[in-house]
Design a protein around this ligand. Sequence first.
Ligand code: ADP
Ligand code: ASP
Ligand code: MG
Length: 594
Amino acid sequence: MSLLVQKFGGTSVGSVERIKAVATRIAESKAFGHDLVVVVSAMGHTTDELTGLAQTISNKPPQREMDMLLATGEQVSSALLAMALYERGIQAISMTGSQVGIVTESAHGRARILEVRTERIKKKLEEGQVVVVAGFQGTSFSSGGTAEITTLGRGGSDTSAVALATALNADACEIYTDVPGILTTDPRKVSDAQMMTTVSCEEMLELASLGAAVLHPRAVEIARNYGVSVVVRSSWSNEPGTTLTSKSKRPLGREGLELGRPVDGLELVEDQAVLGLSHIPDQPGIAAHLFEKLSNGGINVDLIIQATHEGKSNDITFTVANQNLPKAKEISESVIKELGGNLSTQSEMAKLSISGAGIMGRPGIAATLFDTISRAGINLRLIATSEVKVSCVIDAKLGAKALRAVSEAFELNDNQVLINPSIAFNGEPEVRGVAMDSDQAQVSVRRVPDKPGTAASLCSALAEAGISLDAIVQSERQHKDGSRDISFTLKKNDRQQAGNALGPLLAQWPGSSLEDGRPITRISAVGAGMPATAGTAGRMFRALANAGINIEMIATSEIRTSCVVAETDGIDALQAVHSHFQLGGKKQYEAKEF
Ligand code: ADP
Ligand code: ASP
Ligand code: MG
């Protein structure tokens, strides 16, 4: 007999009929003799409707009241499901997040789970009851002990489920949803997307944070950290679905279930060179042309960063191993001869990276890294961020100094620090899945001073306001006064607050300004085999070029390549990249199945 946590999403409990069907399904599991904890989302679009209701009353409702309101959605579905189970003769009890003992931080609307007090739920399970839990919510306690209802953030019921499975040491956590499992991309956008039997937590963490809404990224983070067995499968069929695989497994610590130590690795890769092409034409096919030539020349490119500028021209910066610099330079020069533009190169550079699943959603971590490096008087040449890794390229002569400072700042011990690790081919595909995020906005800060600490102070100001950045790109070119531009993408919802947060900094930088780019979509390819496969980025750029799509920004990190394209090109770009990497296949799922 096993203890299972089963989670049913909004569509799966979207109507009375569906709640009854879910109850039948649960009854079948119960008949097998399993102990069951069932987590539910609010019915259908309830959370959106409640949010809309609040907006009709206030543009900026207090976060506390939003949580009071939104938490009711899950309370309705949990009570109805418990009733449906009773009708089938199954002993069941519904519980709110607070009753079930989910204790969170006090941050309304995005609270992280600190612990699950399992006494009450265990008692109910011992009595043979099915415990039906309202997902997406918890309780925070003030220092005075006052309890407040909190919510975990949109899509957070997955996180409730995986956290409960962790705390209860459940045999498995099953996420039942309206698709057959995790596919190579969103099957609603690309009809020939294929099912994955398994996917690693690292890959899924990137995919989920880059737009694959099928799992809440924080649920994947918990599964990764504690090695919980998670399966995503269809609410309407008995197909086995997709299993998440995790290498690490740590015991529950005292730091807080979702907190833990955010950074657990530090890496320095020496012997790097940076090549910067500036003032090259901004039109489809340029990046593809350059990186294909490099790949044909046998050169493995590591980080790639690109942003467009005023006057519609592009800068592309990338890194290669020092030994490849002469060849990479020759190829870049030939491209510049054809297309125009300037080339700068720097040898003797180093890449320093911190890694850890807890970096996600905590912008303060990247800010601390940049700040630590700039306090050591070291300039950041390039920055690359992902959900589990933040890298920066610095002068190699200062590598050891930076390594010491960063290792101290994050309290890492020697066996967490790697110098020049080798990249082994692990047999994993270069691209496992493709995600699309239409929830991002593109912003540039024009004319920031070119000195250590600029990027750090920008990131810190945003981090203090709780805003995470993606694709931070410092321009190659300098204005006549020596200043540069820094472009980045952030969540659309954070745009206004970012303006407020950056106000005081901009006031210190004469002539600087914040500018909005046009509406964008971010397309990302993710694969654990990417670091060991040459030419992946070039192939992605070729896919977009062949579809006539212009790339506005490029940002890469270890296992992902993201391209920002015009919002109107989003779906075409997703389809083009998906099919170029031959991820499609026989059309498997008709839309009506969902
Ligand atoms: P639930 O209400 O069950 O939590 P969600 O709407 O949050 O469901 O997540 C399921 C949806 O995620 C699917 O309907 C699908 O459109 C979308 N999705 C995005 N990317 C993927 C992917 N790679 N695999 C499967 N589904 C995906
Ligand atoms: N009902 C919440 C939402 O729509 C939580 C969830 O469904 O996971 O975001
Ligand atoms: Mg969901």
